[in-house]
Ligand binder design. Sequence first.
Ligand SMILES: [Zn+2]
Length: 220
Amino acid sequence: MGRELPPAWGGRGATPGRRAVLIGGGAALLGGAVALAEGLSGRGAPGTGPRAPGRPDYADARWVAASTDNYRVADRPHDFRIEMVVVHVTQADYDTTVRLFEDPRHEAAAHYVVRQDGRVTQMIRELDVAFHAGNRWYNDHSVGIEHEGFVTRPRDFTDAMYAASARLTADVCRRYGVPVDRRHVIGHVEVPGTDHTDPGRFWDWPRYMRLVARARERDA
Ligand SMILES: [Zn+2]
């Protein structure tokens, strides 16, 4: 993300009834998308496994489904090659971010959200196109990773977050043959046409890329 959230958000997802409906509805919709996609392609995407809710692409991730309005069903890497990872900062706390990605009105979501304590949540399958970069080509060809925090608060970028995110990015790079360099692991701010600034100047790119490279070597 990378912009301030509308102040109205705070109260919206908080109503228990509405939240329950939203989550249940999301699960049902996802089931429909599964049947549709598998009917169209006739097979699951090799390397990513079956399109089953609750089954993340990354072994250390927990699954929470985003609203199907926040991504497009696809069959990557067969229809679009995955060529990069886009790093984001949420400009919101973890719970708010997850609620936004579950909300069909948000019209955006990333594949992953990394919490400050290092927990990784997957919300969209990698074979699908998440609406996170604000640029059609970059959405089609990337995996988006959100990090819990604010671009103006360096303390938000914890050791645990860097370490967990680097392991995730290394795993994505390994599975799709994406080079571990700054042409292929980029910030949202580097996407052409964006007005977003995340991950911002406090994101420690040299450190992050070192951690990604180290994790990539370990798993080679
Ligand atoms: Zn962003």
